[in-house]
Design a protein around this ligand. Structure first.
Ligand code: SGN
Ligand code: CA
Length: 577
């Protein structure tokens, strides 16, 4: 429209000019040519799709009803299901390092953790690496990110950002915005709603002559799972089934599965996570820490928010304390209420997805926008008795991925081929018609959109987790996952000895140092042994990964093959630890 108006006004201007008619006529072809060129440029820009990438923090596949798990059937996600019906449900999408900041660094750079420097949660990212957003911007896209950024660097390559500080807060969070990096202002409301509002505001005010790439990164449903005021009691009366592996005793595994601290029974905190401040033991540093963590959220409330919180949690806590539950009954109570809060948080996320899809439809943007929904990793909803993530075991490494792209992806399609978060940056670049830098190891997933099995697709994935010793005490490990098997190598020094290998944990002033000292102060660490061992799972016969078959008779050939592939990955990718 704009070039058309411009050409029209120039034409009128020429007509009005005090020049002989033949000169005026001789100017016309130039005018026509320039108008055509501008129009063509606009069409090329418009031919490239808009990209709407929605990523939650810690959203499990088990709580998206399109994936059909028993939990999600009791807490459905109609808008995510609507997205899945419009497009493709990916059944085999995995991360390369199941932790927030590494996953985000991988998204932005298209590189594995050891290549982009972000191995653990705090410091690390190599900011000299190119972010895909910079390349999209150069190619004529308007780029934006709203919500949880969670990297220790300024957003690079964004025309607009409106981001939370660190992990962000659920209630009345602080955001900083474009041009004001480091200057955070509090906003009244719930993080999921506010993040969606800012996403929509960006869409309203964007430069409409360009295609856009908008990243909507929700803080939800990260620990400590604080539901929105109006949804706090949404699932109060629902009883969720325990996962089959809830009482796993880790009998066939190495020590890492036992020395972690992410168990629903012992490690979910009564105060911080389950919101029972009445259990405070002021003589216990761990209990006090848990209390301050909850108060860090509760003290942010407006009086109305506080009222809603007390109205739901106080009677729930009273009933619990009166029931004097112990043993398995108490564990089951913890599980139920963990899931109830988590899925109530998801309800707001689902609504946000609905609002964004509605906006696209109402503004005629749905036809030319690819919508991607995913999480920064998977999450345990009680499987193996756990919450949190980090492990290479399925529920953590496996992450949701739903993509709709009208005209390119058939409605209701399902993809089983192996996809990893190293593929996102290459996919965005290819959608924008930008050449993929050769150092990016992933590949565009566009060929999978056709819905037929792509023959020369990858047959396995490399995974590497580094963040030990810290929250949840999951040991360092790397491994390879094929469509059928998974080989994992757990390694590294145990307890304080591991800190010797971690430069940030030894460097006062860094967030890694701060976290390490804070956990030490509440006696979080144990003197775990050094480890160096393998586990092997056959996902076809043992999808729940309960039977480690490493070293068993009959597994020699597959072990040799997987070992070879793992060595090859390490060599080719120059893995340095
Ligand atoms: C916080 C949480 C951990 C969680 C990490 C990483 N503790 O440290 O439970 O594993 O974040 O999560 S909390 O007491 O601060 O909630 S991630 O999603 O950012 O990777
Ligand atoms: Ca996360």
């Amino acid at each position: 429209m704009i070039p058309y108006l411009c050409s029209r006004s120039i034409l009128l201007y020429i007509i009005k000019m005090n020049l002989p008619t033949h000169i005026k006529l001789s100017m016309l072809p130039t005018l026509v040519l320039s108008a055509t060129a501008t129009k063509a440029a606009e069409q090329t820009a418009q031919a490239r799709p808009n990209i709407l990438y929605i990523m939650c923090d810690d959203h499990s596949m088990q709580t998206i009803s399109a994936y059909g798990s028993p939990i999600s059937r009791l807490a459905p996600t109609p808008h995510l299901d609507r997205l899945a019906r419009r497009g493709m449900l990916f059944n085999s999408c995995f991360v390369e390092n199941s932790l927030s900041t590494p996953s985000r660094a991988c998204l932005m750079t298209g590189l594995y953790s050891h290549q982009n420097g972000q191995r653990q949660l705090g410091e690390g990212i190599d900011t000299t690496r190119v972010f895909f957003s910079e390349l999209l911007q150069k190619a004529g896209y308007t780029t934006a990110v709203v919500g949880k950024w969670h990297m220790q660097c300024r957003p690079k390559g964004f025309d607009f950002y409106h981001i939370l500080r660190g992990q962000g807060h659920y209630y009345n969070p602080v955001f900083c915005t474009t041009g004001q990096y480091g200057h955070y202002k509090e906003e009244t409301g719930y993080a999921t709603t506010l993040t969606t509002d800012h996403a929509i505001r960006f869409l309203e005010h964007r430069d409409k002559s360009k295609p856009f790439c908008l990243l909507v990164h929700h803080k939800a449903p990260h620990r400590n799972w604080m539901p929105e005021e109006k949804y706090m009691n949404l699932y109060a009366d629902v009883e969720f089934p325990l996962p089959d592996t809830f009482w796993d005793d880790y009998a066939t595994r190495g020590s890492a599965a036992r020395t972690q601290k992410m168990r629903v029974d012992d490690d979910l905190r009564m105060i911080q996570d389950l919101k029972v401040p009445e259990t405070l033991d002021a003589t216990d540093t761990e209990s006090l820490d848990s209390y301050y963590a909850l108060m860090g959220e509760v003290n942010r409330f407006t009086p109305q928010q506080r009222l809603a919180f007390d109205r739901y949690y106080m009677p729930r806590n009273k009933r619990l304390l009166e029931a004097k539950l112990t043993g398995r009954e108490l564990v089951k109570w913890k599980y139920q209420n963990y899931i109830r809060d988590y899925v109530a948080v998801i309800h707001s996320v689902d609504e946000s997805v609905g609002r964004l899809l509605d906006y696209l439809e109402q503004h005629d943007l749905d036809k030319n926008t690819i919508v991607i929904y995913t999480s920064d990793q998977g999450f345990y909803m009680g499987e193996h008795g756990w919450f949190d993530k980090r492990f290479m075991y399925e529920e953590s490494m496996h992450t949701p991925l739903i993509i709709s792209f009208p005209g390119h992806i058939k409605e209701g399609a399902v993809c089983h081929q192996l996809v990893q978060n190293i593929d996102f940056a290459p996919t965005f670049l290819s959608l924008a018609g930008v050449k993929q830098p050769k150092e990016m190891p992933g590949r565009t997933i566009e060929p999978l959109f056709a819905g037929t099995t792509v023959k020369n697709w990858r047959k396995d994935l490399y995974y590497h987790y580094y963040d030990y010793p810290t929250y949840h005490l999951v040991r360092k490990h790397d491994g390879v996952r094929t469509e059928r098997y998974k080989l994992i190598h757990f390694y590294g020094k145990g307890g304080d000895r591991a800190v010797q290998e971690n430069k940030f944990q030894r460097m006062p002033g860094t967030s890694e140092y701060g976290t390490y000292q804070a956990l030490k102060a509440i006696h979080y660490f144990r003197d775990d042994a050094d480890v160096d061992y393998y586990e092997l799972y056959d996902l076809q016969t043992d999808p729940n990964e309960l039977h480690n078959i490493y070293g068993q008779k009959g597994t020699e050939a597959i072990t040799r093959q997987l070992m070879k592939r793992l060595r090859q990955y390490r060599r080719e990718l120059r893995v340095d630890e």
